[in-house]
Ligand binder design. Structure first.
Ligand code: AMP
Ligand code: TRP
Length: 408
């Protein structure tokens, strides 16, 4: 056995290396993912940045700095992961910012789409409502065209890897990192003492969701950007601390298109949100044609005509929002929408927008209703998806347990 790069290290390190070697993790200065493990690659060079291995017990000294990323592209295969919380009032922002893109991506890469019920309970959920809402998100996935024979659709709580890896990540992420999360500050509000501990560590669970599948691409709305940066930091710190530079990929956020941040129909400075008390502020994915048209007709605008350039949308957030929604629904750049409607008033624009929204969303709403009339069929889709998801995550978790030093 050659401990190569460990030469000169103290007896403690040599002991750890011997243990890892015994467990099949280090050979000839190369860290190996042990034989028989279902990894996309075998050899992971033991890089110079494996400082955690040289100073494992000195936790207080561990930096809150994030180590530098490996310059090499990740050697595993690409995989999409994303999730939506089963909280009430799934809306147009969820559809345009996330779910519709999931349906496109399933044709480009292996895809895993989760109903993140563990995330939902970070704020109180009535258990009966939670069951319905979980099926409702699954129905939205199916109605939007996600094919369960192709992509994996499942509920988070049915696959144990999420909670287990989240705990390990709670021990990797630093308090300082989580303290910077703006969504916690917004959701906890003034009385942080009364927020659940789960709400605070929620981003570590989100990192676990993604990395339990070694997912490389994560389609989300703009509001999740900071959480994804944290997921990358956690992946990097894990790889660095345990001296396995390429074990987890650094997942890429996919935040693209004209609808990554759909705003409230009542106030263009506020995000369209499930929890807005005004139902008129959002188009729900369950709304029928009349409600969709009515909400667009009554959406807040200003008295000026539609501008002829994107610059003309500055300081007109409501107008910018409606133009962005139109562009997303019509699958065209905002410039094309402005070229068509420049100079017109909202009495002309809104009916055309309403027609477009109804044409896309009303059939999805009726498909969702059809799925929800057959909850057992939805449950079967989720159960089959959980099995496939577990088959991916379980071997990755077996590797993680070995790497962390748990007896297996
Ligand atoms: P959530 O309902 O918080 O679980 O969000 C599910 C997905 O929808 C995430 O990818 C969010 O970023 C996205 N999303 C939520 N609200 C909006 C919005 N107003 N505009 C665009 N995307 C959104
Ligand atoms: N936090 C996301 C939201 O509130 C939902 C989510 C949980 C998620 N886990 C994820 C999104 C993993 C992408 C990847 O919208």
């Amino acid at each position: 056995m050659d401990f190569g790069k460990t030469g000169g290290a103290g007896p403690k390190l040599r002991w750890i290396c011997a243990r890892l070697a015994r467990d099949g993790l280090i050979l000839c200065g190369i860290r190996l993912v042990p034989d028989g493990l279902h990894s996309p690659f075998r050899k992971i060079p033991l890089g110079a940045e494996s400082s955690r291995m040289t100073n494992p017990s000195d936790d207080a000294q561990r930096s809150t700095e994030i180590p530098a990323a490996s310059a090499q592209p990740w050697p595993g295969s690409p995989r999409v992961f994303s999730g939506v919380q089963p909280t009430a009032n799934i809306h147009l922002g969820n559809y345009l910012g996330a779910i519709r893109r999931f349906a496109d991506l399933q044709h480009q890469m292996e895809s895993v789409f989760c109903v993140v019920d563990l995330h939902a309970i970070t704020v109180w959920q009535d258990p009966v409502a939670l069951r319905h809402q979980t099926r409702e998100i699954a129905a939205a996935y199916l109605a939007a065209g996600i094919d369960p024979a192709k992509a994996i659709i499942f509920a988070q709580s049915r696959v144990p890897a999420h909670a287990e890896l989240a705990w390990i990540f709670n021990c990797v992420a630093r308090m300082g990192w989580l303290n910077r999360m703006t969504q916690f500050k917004e959701k906890a509000g003034k009385d942080k003492e009364r927020a659940s501990v789960g709400l605070f560590v929620y981003p570590a669970l989100m990192a676990a969701d993604i990395l339990a599948y070694r997912a490389t691409h994560v389609p989300v709305g703009e509001d999740q950007k900071q959480h994804l940066e944290l997921a990358r930091d956690i992946a990097q710190k894990f790889n660095n601390d345990f001296g396995c530079p390429d074990f987890f990929p650094l997942p890429e956020p996919l935040i693209e298109g004209p609808a990554t941040r759909v705003m409230s129909l009542r106030d263009g400075t506020k995000k369209m949100s499930k929890s807005d008390p005004s139902d008129m502020s959002r188009i729900n994915m369950t709304d029928d044609a009349d409600s969709i048209a009515n909400k667009i007709r009554r959406a807040t605008t200003d008295a000026l005509p539609i501008p002829d350039s994107v610059e003309g949308l500055a300081n007109r957030p409501e107008v910018e929002n409606l133009v962005g929604i139109y562009a997303a629904l019509a699958n065209c750049p905002r410039e094309d929408v402005l070229a068509r409607f420049a100079g017109q008033g909202f009495s002309q624009f809104k009916p055309v927008l309403a027609e477009l929204a109804v044409a896309e969303l009303a059939p999805i709403a009726s498909e969702m209703a059809r799925y929800l009339r057959e909850p057992d069929a939805v449950d079967q889709v989720l159960a089959a998806g959980a099995e496939r998801a577990d088959a991916i995550a379980a071997p990755i978790m077996a590797d993680v347990r070995k790497i962390v030093g748990f007896l297996t």
